[in-house]
Design a protein around this ligand. Structure first.
Ligand SMILES: *[C@@H]1O[C@H](CO)[C@@H](O)[C@H](O)[C@H]1NC(C)=O
Ligand SMILES: *[C@@H]1O[C@H](CO)[C@@H](O)[C@H](O)[C@H]1NC(C)=O
Ligand SMILES: *[C@@H]1O[C@H](CO)[C@@H](O)[C@H](O)[C@H]1NC(C)=O
Length: 679
């Protein structure tokens, strides 16, 4: 289908071109080709082929040059009739003249005794129906009048067939003469000697032949029954340069006149042929033939280029549409499809993504504060970075993952949007912002922030996140690994309840153990990454637990995790620091000094030791989230951790004694191949 379209695209301009060439040829041919026509007789329909003056028309199958005998008087008349297409007689630039033959059948019927006046074959400059001199009847033969006789402006050449001697110089009443701008012939020959009588109402054949090369004019005149000598021998043969007194383009035709004596001047048949003289039109036609192939090639080339770009554009658009549909389908297929927003609504909500409304920047996008107009509800709008298909994958992960999760400690997803290549996710707005800002804000000298995050609130946050992670790992239909637990991904609502967000890296794990491909990418944030993740290169529940441990220490101590280094077994500063305190039995001193010792010491010690247990270099030694939660609520006892921080050993081995009760190996844990859905 597509291929057919392509062919017709390509062939269309070619077809068009050929049509244009054809039309041009037809048009130019009419203009330039030699003038030739044949009328064996004349009918009324042929009248359109001729230009006629007042008294000339076609009747009785003949041209009546000075009217007919239909009752009206034909005394003192003159008339002309021309073929409507001009003859290109000569070419000034090329200095060539056409050759032509004009053969016609004359029939002159006397209407008085004697008859008069004359009939002539003429060449004139191009002119209209009224271009006959006034009072050119009688002796003026319809070619000049008293004032234009002898003037070069008359621009007329005539071969007269005279039936009346009307003035002194006129030869007789039956002769042929050659007239140039005057009724006084430059050459005249009597027909009487040849046995030709013009005015007897019988057909007389006359032929005017001009050779443009030798510039010789010949006139033949003979009766239909006269063959032989008369037909072969011209009555007049003379050198004559028509171009010396005629214009380049002329009209060919007849003129006739009557006087006080009159006659019917009829032409019963006419054949005209001429040679083609290559004129300017022809030259331009030659150029056309050179230019047309060049233009054709250009048009085809440009057409091809256009086609290429059009099809590429189309392909791109199809791809975008495909992706669009994909995202739509994937999201709509997820059980609890969140609301789909329109880009214009989100633009309005965020003041067209005003930088003033930026709440924070993440690994894959920027978060803006927004106000939904129709609900008057505050929201956080995450706008994914435009580049790469990664954004789309993150969006799908985020929307489909959280869309299906419902827990008081998970950020609530309100909706999403994918339009004009923009990926957006809409969350509930958290008035207290992200946790990291509150913990570390005293570094920026904000006293109020420190006060707001007292021990109870910190403990509540830790418990909340533990509940959320326990829900993700053990509580929901499909096990979900968050893979990016850190302070900046934890949002605080107005009551300082923690809500875990940013599921851009989160992946679900098939609980039924069906093997899909597992990911080799290392995801997460430096400082929160378990040492073994650099070796196994994938996420497990244990790596989530490790990150949780770092988060616990961070919240309790008010310290940033610091960077990890290989020498210390990929440990980080906060872990080393707290473990050192634990070693000397003063772990409680690790608690954030900004709390000014206002905290439940027993609870604080429990939190710190749990944090260390979660950060155990050996993943098998870390408690599960379930156990961690039980420890926090006092339902389970603290695990024993060594006073000396154990070194990280690879490969790890399960030592297995210290593990808290109730754990059994499950999918997504280190000992089993983690099965990931998604990428
Ligand atoms: C025709 O012309 C001649 C000479 O010009 C004139 O004497 C005569 O009266 C004219 N005849 C008519 C009918 O007009
Ligand atoms: C005119 O007629 C003569 C004789 O038949 C012929 O040789 C010549 O080629 C013709 N010229 C044209 C232009 O038709
Ligand atoms: C017409 O003009 C020619 C000059 O070209 C002249 O010789 C002749 O006498 C004129 N004829 C008449 C009837 O005036």
């Amino acid at each position: 289908m597509y291929h057919l379209g392509k062919i017709s695209y390509l062939t269309f301009p070619i077809h068009l071109l050929f049509i244009v060439i054809l039309l041009l040829e037809v048009f130019l041919d009419l203009r330039v080709d030699c003038l030739s026509f044949t009328y064996p007789s004349f009918t009324k329909e042929n009248e359109n082929d001729f230009i006629t003056t007042d008294h000339s028309y076609i009747a009785f199958n003949a041209i009546q040059v000075t009217g007919d005998a239909r009752g009206a008087s034909i005394t003192n008349l003159s008339g002309r009739i021309w073929y409507s297409q001009p003859l290109n007689l000569w070419n000034r630039k090329k200095n060539i003249t056409t050759s032509f033959n004009s053969t016609f059948v004359i029939n002159i019927k006397p209407e008085s005794d004697p008859s008069g006046e004359e009939l002539a074959f003429i060449l004139t400059k191009e002119s209209g129906p009224d271009s006959i001199p006034n009072n050119s009847y009688g002796q003026w033969l319809g070619i000049v009048n008293a004032s234009t006789n002898g003037s070069s402006t008359s621009n007329i050449f005539a071969v007269e067939f005279d039936t009346r001697k009307s003035y002194l110089d006129d030869l007789d009443d039956n002769h042929v003469g050659i007239d140039i701008n005057s009724i006084n012939p430059v050459n005249q020959v009597s027909l009487t000697d040849r046995g030709v009588n013009l005015s007897r109402a019988i057909d007389v054949i006359a032929s005017v032949r001009y050779d443009g090369e030798s510039k010789i004019l010949k006139v033949y005149t003979f009766m239909t029954n006269q063959t032989g000598d008369n037909e072969r021998n011209p009555i007049i043969s003379m050198p004559l340069d028509l171009s010396s007194f005629l214009s380049e383009d002329v009209l060919v035709g007849f003129s006739a006149s009557t006087g006080i004596y009159n006659q019917l001047n009829c032409i019963k048949a006419w054949n005209f042929t001429s040679t083609e003289i290559g004129n300017d039109h022809k030259v331009s036609l030659l150029w056309l033939w050179i230019l047309i192939p060049i233009i054709s090639v250009l048009v085809i080339f440009l057409g091809g280029v256009c086609l290429y770009f059009i099809s590429r554009k189309k392909k791109e658009r199809m791809q975008v549409l495909d992706q669009d549909e994909n995202i739509e389908i994937q999201i709509q297929n997820s059980a609890n499809a969140p609301q789909r927003f329109q880009l214009k609504d989100l633009k309005r909500a965020t003041g067209n993504f005003d930088p003033k409304n930026i709440l924070g920047r993440g690994g894959c996008g920027v978060v803006f504060k927004g106000l939904l107009a129709d609900h008057n509800k505050e929201v956080a709008v995450k706008k994914f970075f435009k580049d790469s298909s990664q954004g789309a994958k993150d969006l799908i992960a985020e929307v489909t993952t959280i869309g299906n999760l419902h827990h008081k400690n998970l950020v609530k997803l309100i909706g999403w949007c994918y339009e004009s290549n923009e990926l957006l996710v809409v969350y509930e707005f958290m008035p207290n912002g992200s946790l990291d800002r509150l913990i570390f804000c005293e570094e920026k000298g904000e006293i109020r922030g420190r006060l707001r995050l007292n021990w109870e609130r910190r403990h509540g946050i830790i418990c909340g996140i533990a509940q959320a992670l326990d829900y993700l790992h053990n509580g929901c239909q499909k096990r979900v690994l968050h893979r990016d637990i850190k302070a900046s991904n934890i949002m605080l609502d107005s009551e300082f309840n923690a809500q875990l967000g940013d599921f851009g890296l989160a992946r679900t794990v098939q609980v039924n153990g069906k093997t899909h491909h597992s990911t080799k990418e290392i995801a997460g944030t430096i400082g929160y990454m378990a040492p073994e993740s650099f070796h196994i290169g994938r996420a497990t529940v244990e790596t989530d637990v490790f990150a949780f441990g770092v988060l616990v220490l961070e919240v309790a101590c008010g310290r940033k995790p610091g960077k990890q280094n290989e020498e210390n077994g990929y440990s980080n500063r906060v872990i080393e620091c707290v473990w050192d305190m634990y070693k000397i039995g003063r772990i409680i001193d690790a608690i954030d000094v900004k709390l000014e010792r206002e905290f439940d010491e027993e609870q604080a010690e429990c939190v710190l030791i749990l944090g260390l247990a979660c950060c155990h270099p050996n993943p098998y030694e870390r408690p599960s989230m379930k156990t961690a939660l039980q420890i926090l609520t006092g339902e389970s006892v603290l695990p024993n951790i060594p006073t000396e921080r154990p070194a990280f050993v690879w490969p790890v081995r399960a030592q297995s004694t210290n593990k808290a009760a109730g754990d059994s190996l499950q999918e997504g844990q280190l000992t089993q191949i983690t099965v990931l859905s998604g990428r």
